[in-house]
Write a protein of this length. Structure first.
Length: 180
């Protein structure tokens, strides 16, 4: 019985398919357009956040001026709880989250790695980086959007409780008033 030993043969790495420079340029332009739209969406969410902070502050002011917060009934506790929840949700949406940016210029090896690439490989790598940036920022924006939606619902519910509380206080006082 004869055993023959063979050394492993390294297969050449498949080369990426040739991509037209025009196609590559169009793809890069499209990805950058999507990232700009994502940035605009972030600005819209920031505006909504500001509006909800104002609405929440106005609600607290109304509750304070009307002295409903200190009336000590079940509605007052629900209003305080609603305000705390909405404020917490708004703060969670407000707190800074790391925004993904590509390329990371803080990385000192950026120039070494990227400038050594051919023009086509550089553009392909940048497309991959931009796609990863989009996905990372998309999750961040979805989290903020969801938090703002819950905060808006909480503010609306707290406002409804406040209005019910006002009606109950008014009816109770009118029933206790002496009849003339």
């Amino acid at each position: 019985m004869e055993v023959q030993l063979t050394l492993p043969v390294e297969e050449p790495e498949p080369s990426p398919p040739d991509i037209s420079p025009i196609t590559l340029g169009l793809a890069t332009q499209d990805v950058r357009t999507v990232l700009r739209e994502q940035d605009e969406q972030s600005q819209i969410l920031t505006t909504k956040l500001n509006i909800l902070f104002v609405a929440n502050s106005a609600l607290l002011t109304s509750l304070s001026i009307s002295r409903l917060l200190v009336s000590g009934n079940l509605f007052s506790l629900a209003e305080i709880f609603g305000f705390l929840i909405s404020f917490s949700l708004l703060m969670r949406a407000f707190l800074p989250r790391q925004v993904a940016v590509t390329p990371n210029l803080e990385d000192s090896t950026f120039l070494e790695r990227y400038l050594a690439l051919s023009a086509q490989d550089y553009q392909l790598q940048m497309l991959v980086n931009l796609a990863e940036t989009y996905n990372a920022n998309k999750q961040r924006l979805e989290d903020v959007s969801q938090g703002l939606k819950y905060a808006a619902y909480t503010i609306w519910t707290t406002t409804a409780i406040m209005l019910i509380n006002i009606v109950v206080v008014y009816i109770t006082k009118s029933l206790q008033a002496p009849m003339l």
